[in-house]
Design a protein around this ligand. Structure first.
Ligand code: GDP
Ligand code: MN
Length: 401
């Protein structure tokens, strides 16, 4: 096997997939992953969770207050802070709670005892999709993002899935890390355990960054990152408890109502019927220089009430402009128009709406939309363009296409 290729970075892995990628690059909170690490015999520091400043316990020895968000790079963003006293811990917890890290709001902090670090290492296993096998990725330079490490300082070794991690992998790893024998023994043990975790927990990625070599020579996982493969969920009923972590409050509400609704980083809300059409509409929007803030797929429905429910969720997400693209078939155009016009009338909606509506009962639909103060566009490109223009002009009034 040829190993001389760029590292299978997590970013590359995450870009594949049929659904619009969320900003999230982690699927399990650090505190949950750390618990799993301990279950597999990987030492970590153990702390407690706090959701408010009042839950911060008296500090007797320095602590680290860590934002729990489903994204990495928290340290750089100011989401990991050291505190030596109770006052300081409350102060930094107050700063971190409510902070926005790459679009994720911090609702919880994990408070752990501060340790004395002598050296930081990077250690991970990741699935290389192209090679169809796990890869061991390690670096003597931990604490920084692996993408920034020069290739000659990396261990990047494919693991054959049927034989798993072997002693020669460990020797190669320790040869690159150049650590004292007693430290090496602990890292070797941790690496074997991490591989076992990777396999038994059906992970796509497990990452310890930093793997901390402490001043007293002990080795611990200083951070715990885990991305699991959702196709294996049938084997992991325990993942159900984690599921809500991944979704925003509105997305959870949508799931409870069986509505296909995803929040994205842009500000224009896109509604269409069918995942394909919804994605195509997002693409059209992108091509016009706009960015989707919501992906809402109405699917096939003939119930205006269902449309109203979905549209209400869209409104709650506070998009700057709503771009609708409906192709009437199973879902008739007038069903959608009725559901939408109800919300517009009842709420006196001020968010501009651009609607492209085509197909079965199109004429009736256009009349309903017209009566609600909206008119429809005929082409998707035209509608997308209009939505972007409206956003640029600040929105705030009921719009027509
Ligand atoms: P990330 O930025 O999201 O990857 O969060 P980490 O959990 O990796 O923490 C960021 C950085 O904070 C680490 O690389 C460490 O340098 C530092 N850090 C975290 N815990 C401790 C600790 O107990 N002691 C010290 N001295 N530094 C810590
Ligand atoms: Mn980290």
């Amino acid at each position: 096997m040829n190993d001389r290729r760029p590292p299978a970075t997590h970013a590359a892995l995450n870009s594949a997939g049929p659904m619009p990628a969320r900003a999230s690059d982690v699927k399990v909170y650090e505190y949950r992953a750390a618990e799993l690490f301990r279950k597999h015999g990987i030492p970590t520091v153990e702390g407690y969770l706090a959701q408010s400043v009042a839950e911060i316990r008296p500090v007797t020895a320095p602590v680290v207050v860590k934002a729990q968000v489903l994204t990495g790079g928290r340290g750089k963003a100011g989401g990991v802070k050291i505190a030596a006293t109770t006052e300081e811990a409350r102060e930094v917890a107050g700063q971190i709670l409510g902070m926005d890290i790459k679009g994720f709001k911090v609702h919880k902090v994990y408070v752990v005892p501060k340790v004395q670090i002598a050296h930081e290492i990077y250690l991970s296993f990741i699935i290389d999709r192209a090679a169809r096998c796990p890869v061991l990725l390690a670096s003597a330079a931990g604490g920084v993002e692996i993408e920034a490490v020069p290739e000659d300082q990396l261990v990047q070794r494919r693991i054959h899935p049927s034989t798993g991690i072997q002693e020669f992998h460990i020797r190669e790893l320790l040869g690159t890390l150049k650590v004292a024998p007693e430290v090496g023994r602990q890292i070797a043990d941790m690496t074997r355990r991490l591989y076992r975790l990777f396999v038994t927990e059906d992970a796509e990625l497990v990452e310890i960054n930093p793997l901390m070599v402490l001043a007293d020579g002990k080795v611990i996982a200083g951070d715990a990152k885990l991305v699991t493969d959702s196709d294996a969920s049938f084997r992991h009923p325990e993942w159900e408890a984690w599921e809500d972590d991944e979704y925003t409050e509105l997305e959870q509400e949508a799931r409870a109502k069986s509505i296909s609704f995803i929040q994205l980083d842009g500000s224009i809300g896109v509604i269409a019927n069918g995942a394909g059409l919804t994605m195509a509409t997002l693409d059209a929007l992108m091509a016009c220089g706009g960015k989707g803030g919501v992906f809402l797929d109405l699917g096939g429905t003939d119930d205006p009430e269902k449309v109203t429910q979905a549209f209400e969720l869209m409104v709650k997400a506070k998009p700057s402009v709503i771009l609708m693209n409906i192709f009437g078939g199973i879902t008739k155009c007038d069903t959608v128009a009725l559901g939408v016009s109800r919300v517009v009338k009842e709420q006196g909606l001020k968010i501009p709406i651009v609607a492209r509506i085509k197909g079965l009962h199109e004429v009736e639909a256009k009349k309903i939309l017209h009566d609600a103060g909206l008119t429809a566009a005929d082409h998707m490109e035209e509608a997308a363009q209009k939505a972007v223009e409206m956003e640029r002009h600040g929105g705030g009034r009921k719009g027509v296409a």
